[in-house]
Design a protein around this ligand. Structure first.
Ligand code: GH3
Ligand code: MG
Ligand code: MG
Length: 376
């Protein structure tokens, strides 16, 4: 038998099959369920033992009441998965049981020893603050009760020294569990903080890994990642996908004449224009594929309208009137575009889409640049 596997099964059962994303709740669920389960078994045994062997009917009544409450709480926690309420109810039940038990048994047979379980349980399942309230309330009653028992309990054998021992030992255990819980809560807070920082960092990193640093557009990596998905979306929605590649005209000449920095500014300006005009809906994307080459994806039913909209980009870039003295086609910065539109009923894939758009772009360049060509 695989011990680890069995233990996992037991823990999963005791944790009410809660997801392991909140350690505190998970830990509390296990402790509460485990305690309720064990007490149900023990109280069944004690009830039999006290009734048939010791003939202590008073205690039997107490045992059966505890068994009933434990079982009811077990059903409650399984049904509602409300860990907080069950924690409080079970702590109250345990306090009442221990106080009644001490009241019946006094200090006979070390009966008082069982009271150490109250602070341990209360802190474990309720946390530092509520655990302290429950424990202090419990001890206030216990200490008064046991103080009143001095010279009375155990035919006068329960003395002031015994009471002082109980008092000191109880305070000591209360202090120890309080410290333990405080340390745990502090550690947990820190863990949560570092986890949330880690999450933010991962989000930032993954955002960075798909963003072009200069233009802040999506990069080629993201294009590779998303293109298949977008084709699937278009096919599923019975729509058309419009893919285009945009390339700046005579951009090498621009760099050579105006300098690389000015060239970068042009790239950013064109990128912003693209973003503003194309990436307006959730299904539209623009990318910087590399160098002075951009791409875009649009999904829509109306093929002509989409192509017209994309072709408009050439006019919009020209309208920016960014001086380009070394362009051989105009005196301002211009772009050439190749579009490939494919609809759900056609057979195509990402590679074909790209090659067709690239071919159309090549034709646009060949035809004199500053224009848009649509692949057949
Ligand atoms: P065509 O009209 O045929 O596209 O000619 P072109 O000069 O634009 O094309 P070519 O491929 O010959 O040159 C591309 C130039 O783009 C080369 C390089 O100077 C420029 N470039 C590529 N990446 C960057 C960049 O990150 N910043 C800047 N400023 N320029 C870049
Ligand atoms: Mg170019
Ligand atoms: Mg190029």
């Amino acid at each position: 038998m695989d011990i680890n596997f069995t233990m996992q099964k037991i823990l999963s059962y005791l944790s009410c099959h809660l997801p392991f994303n909140d350690e505190t709740t998970y830990r509390r669920a296990i402790v509460i369920n485990g305690a309720l389960l064990i007490s149900s078994i023990f109280f069944t045994f004690f009830a039999f033992f006290n009734f048939f062997i010791l003939h202590r009917e008073n205690i039997v009544f107490l045992n059966l009441s505890a068994l009933l409450i434990s079982s009811m709480l077990l059903v409650y926690i399984k049904k509602t998965k409300n860990i907080n309420i069950t924690a409080q109810l079970s702590t109250i039940a345990l306090s009442l049981f221990l106080l009644l038990f001490v009241n019946y048994a006094h200090s006979d047979h070390f009966a008082l020893i069982w009271t150490i379980f109250l602070p341990i349980y209360a802190f474990f399942v309720n946390g530092k603050k509520r655990g302290l309230y429950f424990s202090l309330l419990f001890y206030s009653i216990l200490f008064i009760m046991s103080y009143k028992g001095i010279g009375v309990w155990d035919e006068g054998d329960w003395t002031m020294i015994d009471w002082t021992r109980l008092f000191l030992a109880s305070l000591l255990i209360l202090f120890a569990v309080y410290l333990n819980e405080s340390a745990y809560e502090k550690y947990e807070k820190r863990l949560k903080l570092s986890r949330s920082n880690e999450k933010k960092l991962i989000e930032k990193l993954s955002q960075l890994s798909i963003t072009d640093p200069l233009t802040k557009l999506y990069n080629r990596r993201y294009y590779d990642e998303i293109i298949e998905k977008m084709i699937a979306v278009a096919k599923r929605n019975k729509q058309c996908i419009h893919f285009f590649i945009l390339d700046l005209d005579f951009f090498k000449n621009y760099n050579d004449y105006y300098g690389h920095e000015k060239g970068d500014e042009i790239l950013s300006t064109v990128a912003q224009l693209l973003k503003k005009n194309i990436q307006r809906r959730g299904d539209d994307f623009v990318f910087r594929l590399g160098g002075e080459e951009f791409a875009g994806i649009l999904i829509s039913e109306d093929k002509e309208k989409a192509q017209k909209w994309i072709a408009e980009i050439t006019h919009k870039v020209e309208a920016l009137q960014l001086k380009h003295k070394k362009s051989l086609c105009c005196d301002v910065v211009t772009v050439s575009i190749g579009i490939c539109s494919r609809c759900a009923n056609e057979e195509f894939n990402a590679k074909e889409l790209y090659l067709s758009a690239d071919k159309a772009l090549y034709e646009a360049k060949l035809q004199g640049r500053n224009q848009c060509r649509v692949a057949s």
